[in-house]
Write a protein that binds this ligand. Sequence first.
Ligand code: MG
Length: 300
Amino acid sequence: MEFRPFRVPLVIPFRGLTERSGVLVRGRRPDGSEAWGEYSPFPDYDARRASLWWNAAMEAARGEWPEPVRDAVAVNSIVPDVEPGQVAGYATAGGCIVAKVKVAGRGSTLDRDCRRVEAAAEAVAASGSPEAKVRIDANGAWGVDEAVSAIDALNRAAVAGGVGELEYVEQPCAAIEDLVAVRRKVGVPIAADESVRLPEDPLAVARSDAADILVLKVAPLGGVRACLRIAEEAGLPVVVSSAMETSVGLAAGLALALALPQLEYASGLGTASLLVRDTVTRPLRPRDGVLCSTPPEVIA
Ligand SMILES: [Mg+2]
């Protein structure tokens, strides 16, 4: 195996980071062809979580991904914590018609988030597609009561923007019991992200009836096959999402999205556009809102 360190600046800060760094691992598939994996855990990860990331990188470098059952997947755009006037460009990037808006960020207000959600809704609704939707992600920032009122306001903003109700709200609160409480009080479906990948048991959310949808991220959960097992055991619809990897890591997410027996939601794999540069010659970026399977050609 060969190891190649990389460092890639981000277009705008994410999780307090201004760059992504890690190691690309080159290995071989069983047929002898070259395969690449990405090991890029976040700096605050402990050894247990970093080891899951390592497992995912090795699975990729050994070419151990399962066979695909489809050849393309729809992806969503991502709207970071930018000003309302900047939202439309992010929302429709890559031809996406499903936009995920980050809300409840430090320094934002509910009023500003409502304007951002409405702007994103208007931008994707302009496609004229009945599939145009907006989903939001609060990254666990709210308490239960705050979540209930914020979701109501943000849902009205989505409707005002012309896409109907929010597709779902991702991780409104941090604690699983709070997700349970919010889910009982709101009509918008609840997706769990941090509650799936941070606890030692990724199925705790499903067992607690705390969510309608699971967000699965290949690297933090230990690989494509580990995610397929979680999806099967949870028995809930899943959304495949990235952990802000470069295109080598994104290819693992795409391998999962291509292999899942059922996939009803657009995948959160359109994040290569948030990198200033990439580790491959042809970055994995959506066209017409869709990603197709292409093996990464790593930049020498
Ligand atoms: Mg999330």
